[in-house]
Design a protein around this ligand. Structure first.
Ligand code: FAD
Length: 448
């Protein structure tokens, strides 16, 4: 057909596009983001892949809103995780997009989801990290114990990625899964949540409301409004009139139809929750609307079979393994019951540790896992999958990748790795806001 002025003919070429780097990080949540930025700073060329259309993982797309596991416990909780967390926290707090508060015998950080997303994007644009978004890892090419090529499906066609080594920060251990390795999964469902932001709320009233007040309303009338969960929290955001609600429970099946339905049922719970609050607390919620429904928040799915496993006994005992690469003191926070969450908060001097061995899949040489799919008993994972330790694991993975070259993560010099990340193991530092909370300990909140 004749060319029309201002138009040209295009036709699909059969060839898949290809990218290559020293390191490919799959997943851009807290763990993957930390791994990618740290690895680039160490001089590696980095590709960061995510199935979602933008970077940030659950920290952004599920509107989590709070960084836990970043501080020690007790009266003077110093920070236990450093690295790329340092500039991020400095920038977000300086711009009013992050603030600290007390909860669960420690400090946590409330952050703006938009602030987090834009910070990440600025870092990626300032480096030559190659962001590959909207790209679902669908197959891996494996030769014996090494992954060679990843095959990604994108809206523009297939993309092949090759790298010397890979960080699996997918949350579901997708590299090990596609490589055909045995993985672990809890026998009991661990529920996820649709987070929601309500706007048009009288936050002064909500701030002054004891949590038990709205928990009692959820217990008494939850059935009427389609709620399955009777606990959780509401807390005010930096923007006036907005509160974040973590008050639903959904199943998180690993199939697309099941998860899509679960997300819809979770959003219906959010609507029911708001209707309940309007009925029970009209002074605070009469004008309220749902501003944001988060993407389905998935707490725990598949975990690798690593060289070692984090156990509940080890967490409770605060056992420090020889190959420790990260630490935290966050409670065991288990979401196995629909109605309520199980919390096991630790004492002031408690610390538990993540071994390097829990990040190394037994059957692969050039893959390291970071984040919520490392090897841990389900209840133990429930104390180390929060974002502070995810950042620390990402940093350890990056430093291991800088060492591994074309070798094996099973042969890493763990002593050298520990030296490279020593401040995540040995040093506890006070942040500028710590003192305020030391003197205000009596006002400690009772929840996240
Ligand atoms: C509802 C909820 C509330 C929580 N509250 C808190 C809290 O208050 N504070 C806190 O610190 N932690 C909280 N957590 C825990 C914390 O958010 C997560 O455990 C943590 O974000 C996990 O980070 P990650 O980097 O391991 O994985 P994720 O953030 O889950 O990122 C994994 C990424 O991998 C990508 N991916 C997966 N499969 C593929 C594939 N096949 N191809 C390409 N990409 C893929 C996904 O798109 C995703 O972006 C909460 C979790 C949930 C679910």
């Amino acid at each position: 057909m004749a060319r029309h002025p201002g138009m040209r003919t295009v036709r699909r070429t059969a060839q898949a596009e290809a990218l290559s780097a020293d390191l490919c990080v799959v997943g851009s949540g807290a763990a993957g983001l930390s791994a990618a930025l740290e690895a680039r700073a160490l001089g590696l060329s980095v590709i960061m892949v995510d199935a979602a259309p933008q970077l940030g993982g659950q920290a952004v797309n599920s509107a989590i809103g709070t960084i836990c596991g970043l501080y020690a416990n007790g009266m003077t909780p110093g920070r236990v995780t450093h690295g790329v967390m340092d500039p991020m926290l400095a920038e977000l707090t300086a711009s009013g997009q992050a603030t600290a508060r007390r909860a669960r015998n420690t400090l946590i950080i409330d952050y703006s989801v938009n602030g987090w997303m834009r910070w990440v994007e600025r870092q990626v644009l300032a480096t030559d990290i190659m962001p590959v978004t909207g790209a679902v890892l669908r197959a891996v090419e494996r030769q014996d114990r090494r992954i060679g090529t990843l095959h990604l499906a994108t809206r523009w066609g297939d993309l092949a990625v090759t790298a010397d080594s890979f960080v699996d920060a997918s949350g579901d251990a997708v590299l090990s899964w596609l490589a055909g390795l045995d993985l672990q999964q809890a026998d009991t469902d661990i529920h996820g949540t649709i987070m929601a932001v309500f706007e048009g709320v009288d936050t002064d009233i909500v701030n002054g409301m004891p949590r038990e007040t709205y928990h009692a309303a959820m217990r008494a009338r939850g059935d009427e409004f389609g709620l399955v969960r009777h606990d959780g929290f509401l807390f005010p955001l930096a923007e006036p009139g907005k509160v974040l609600a973590n008050m639903t429970h959904i199943e998180t099946p690993q199939d697309p139809v099941g998860l899509a339905r679960a997300g819809m049922l979770g959003r219906a719970q959010v609507d029911g929750l708001l209707a309940l609050f309007k009925a029970e607390f009209p002074d605070a919620f009469a004008e309220a609307r749902v501003a944001t429904y988060g993407q389905p928040g998935i707490r725990q799915t598949r975990t690798i079979e690593g060289r070692s496993r984090i156990t509940v006994d080890g967490v409770r005992a605060g056992h420090r393994p020889d190959d420790a690469i990260a630490r935290c003191s966050w409670p065991i926070e288990l979401h196995t019951e629909m109605a309520d969450t199980h919390w096991e908060v630790f004492a002031d001097d408690h610390m538990h540790w993540i071994p390097f061995g829990a990040m190394v899949p037994q059957g692969l040489d050039n893959v390291i896992t970071a984040g919520r799919c490392i090897d841990a008993e389900p209840a133990a994972l429930a104390s180390v999958r929060v974002m502070g330790p995810c950042f620390a694991m990402g940093r350890a993975a990056a430093n291991a990748a800088a060492q591994v070259g074309a070798g094996s993560f099973h042969q890493i010099d763990v002593g050298a790795l520990q030296t490279a990340i020593a401040d995540n193991l040995e040093t506890t530092t006070d942040d500028p806001w710590t003192a305020a909370f030391v003197s205000e300990r009596g006002r400690e909140a009772d929840g996240v």
